[in-house]
Structure formats: structure tokens, C-alpha cells
Design a protein around this ligand. Structure first.
Ligand code: 5GP
Ligand code: MN
Length: 338
């Protein structure tokens, strides 16, 4: 962001406004952490702020401070449309293309509100008047911290905000181990602990609330894990029947794809999860090094994301999707084996 943009945003925020804050569909820890932190920040200036999530999110995020104020667009559409139409400012956080919020995107596009994007994914679309986009950032939560810092307001970071921001940085960096975790990330994490984020408690609330059934589902996923050693690739499948068998709940498969990547020499890992209700296969892709799963997903599976973490989907059956995946791989042999 330029100094001039920051000054303009400071002016915009100097009087109370009607503000909507939006995370992407199927919000994760970074999406909910960043939107709720911004919500708590704006409330201090007496703005009428509300977080509208396109749909529901996993239970392991439902303790975040402010969670009880979040509106869900898919189950409360008419009310949310009124709020969006009436908004003066709309912040979109942790995504950069309006299709990432599905039919809510049309309402956002049609709204006369000034739009501000804060995001760290690749190839941002030009829908916002103010675009704070940086693909080198660990997380949108790290960017919200920096945004508040640019506004000269780090002294306004409350324990609730610190808790939300810590959560998103922790989840998007795989607990501070992915390559995008920098010394600056750790510096910010240190500041958030000073502002009251309780690291052990947050970790416990996010990661140590497994149900027995989720661990059994993980066992099933690991049983289904296949390795293609000559292409340094591993993949997991989960069918709808398998999900049903272990009483699948939203968020239960979070992180499963990383087990493939934890194998010695594996550079590329995928998980294919059947969603009978939506009639799609949801795909998560992860890589190590230069192999870009963002480009792979954009090219073959209608998705995108980051160089080392992306998502996508397929309208084919589970088996056909896996066959398509396997048939594509040899054309990337050089990148996968270099
Ligand atoms: P996940 O595999 O955990 O769902 O997503 C990995 C990363 O890719 C996240 O940063 C997520 O926001 C992004 N992502 C997931 N699905 C899609 C998609 O369909 N399109 C785009 N552009 N990004 C996605
Ligand atoms: Mn993120």
C-alpha cells in the first residue's frame, strides 16, 4: 500500500461507517482469524461492522472471540443482501477473486461500497479500490497486523484481536514451519503474545479437539495413501461412503494432505475427497520447492492458491479424477524430479 492510500483509508475510517468484512467460502483459520481481528479493530472506532461468511466453518474455529456475531450468507441470504447493499465499505480478506465467495460475489460486485482487499494469494483480480496483495506473506492475519501497523494503531491490538491473528498465522504456516514463515512473522507472533495471545491454549483449541471418529477417518485416509515414487508424488482418496462411515464433519479432513508430503522424497501431495451433495470432488494440493500447485490447479482443476498450497475441484467421478491426475503427472516429470 502507498502512503497516499493509507492516508485515504485513515480518512475513510475517521468517521463511523457501515462496514462488511468477508472471508472466502469454507473459511479456514486464517480467513476467520483475519476477519474477526479486523472486526474487533473497527468496533473500537464505533463502526457498524459485521463479518459475513459465505457459509459455515469447522467447529474447531467456533471459539474465536466474536464468533457469535458472524452471519452466514448461505443460510441468511436475504438479511445479508440488505446489509451488503447498505454497506459503505467492504473488506474482502484471504481471497482475491469474487468467485471464491460463490453467489455472494455478485452482490459484492453490484454493491456501491468502497472495496478493500487484504490477501496473500496469487493473481489478484482488480475488483477493489484498495488492494493490499502480497504473495510473500505467510497469512492474511500477518497482513492485517501490518495493515494496523501502517495505520499507526498497534496500540489498539486487544487480547481478542491478538488471539484471532495468532490463530490465523499459526494455521496458515502449519504452526510456523512452512517456507513463508519469516523472522518478521515470528516478530509479529511475539508482539501478539505480548498483546495477550495465549499460544498453548490456542494450539490446544485448534489441534487437540479430535473426535475418535476423526482419528479413525485419518486411519482410513492413510490406508488409502498411494505413492508414485518415480514422480515423487503421493495422493489420498476419500469416498463419500468412507466419510459417512466415520460420521464426517466439516473440517475433519483438514491437514490430511500433509501426510503425503511428509514421506521421504515426496515433493507433490494431493487429496481427493468426494462430495456427493455438491456432486464434485474437492481437491487439495501441496508441494515442496518450486513446483507450483497454484498453476497446476488453475490449469487442470479449476482452482488456485499459492505455490505450495492450492485447492481445486473436479466434476468427474472420484476414480476418473484420480485417473486424470495420474495421466497428467508424466508431463510434469522434469519439475517433479529435478
Ligand atoms: P485447501 O487445500 O486447504 O482447501 O486450500 C489451500 C489454499 O488454496 C488456500 O489458501 C485456499 O484459500 C486456496 N484455495 C482452495 N481452493 C481454491 C480454489 O478453488 N480456488 C482458488 N483460487 N484458491 C483456492
Ligand atoms: Mn490464508
Amino acid at each position: 500500500m502507498t502512503v497516499s492510500e493509507i492516508t485515504q483509508i485513515q480518512t475513510l475510517l475517521s468517521t463511523p461507517k457501515r462496514i462488511v468484512i468477508v472471508p472466502h467460502k469454507n473459511p479456514d483459520g486464517d480467513a476467520m482469524g483475519s476477519t474477526l481481528a479486523l472486526y474487533h479493530y473497527l468496533k473500537q472506532y464505533n463502526h457498524l461492522a459485521v463479518v459475513i461468511a459465505p457459509n459455515d466453518y469447522p467447529d474447531f474455529l467456533k471459539w474465536l472471540p466474536g464468533d457469535d456475531t458472524v452471519l452466514k450468507y448461505d443460510s441468511n441470504t436475504a438479511h445479508c443482501n440488505t446489509i451488503i447493499a447498505d454497506a459503505e465499505l467492504i473488506f474482502t480478506l484471504d481471497f482475491n477473486a469474487l468467485h471464491r465467495v460463490e453467489n455472494m460475489g455478485e452482490e459484492l460486485a453490484n454493491s456501491k461500497a468502497i472495496k478493500l482487499m487484504i490477501d496473500h494469494h496469487q493473481q489478484p483480480e482488480p475488483y477493489a479500490l484498495y488492494t493490499y496483495s502480497d504473495v510473500t506473506m505467510s497469512s492474511t492475519c500477518e497482513m492485517v497486523y501490518r495493515f494496523i501497523e501502517m495505520l499507526g494503531d498497534t496500540n489498539k491490538i486487544t487480547q481478542a484481536m491478538a488471539t484471532c491473528l495468532y490463530t490465523g498465522i499459526m494455521t496458515d504456516t502449519g504452526s510456523f514451519r512452512f517456507a513463508a514463515t519469516t523472522s518478521e512473522t515470528h516478530y509479529i507472533i511475539g508482539k501478539l503474545i505480548e498483546h495477550g495471545a495465549n499460544n498453548a491454549e490456542i494450539h490446544n483449541k485448534i489441534y487437540d479437539t479430535n473426535s475418535y471418529e476423526r482419528l479413525q477417518l485419518l486411519g482410513c485416509a492413510l490406508n488409502n495413501l498411494k505413492v508414485i515414487p518415480e514422480l515423487n508424488t503421493a495422493y489420498i482418496t476419500l469416498s463419500q461412503d468412507e466419510l459417512n462411515q466415520f460420521n464426517f464433519k466439516k473440517g475433519d479432513t483438514e491437514g490430511f494432505v500433509n501426510y503425503g508430503l511428509s514421506l521421504n522424497n515426496i515433493k507433490f501431495a494431493a487429496i481427493f475427497i468426494e462430495h456427493k451433495q455438491e456432486n464434485i470432488i474437492k481437491i487439495s494440493l501441496r508441494s515442496k520447492g518450486d513446483f507450483s500447485v497454484n498453476e497446476f490447479s488453475r490449469r487442470y482443476f479449476e482452482g488456485g492458491g499459492h505455490t505450495n498450497a492450492a485447492g481445486g475441484k473436479s466434476d468427474l467421478s472420484l476414480n476418473d479424477t484420480v485417473e486424470k491426475f495420474i495421466s497428467i503427472l508424466p508431463s510434469h516429470k522434469n519439475e517433479l524430479t529435478s
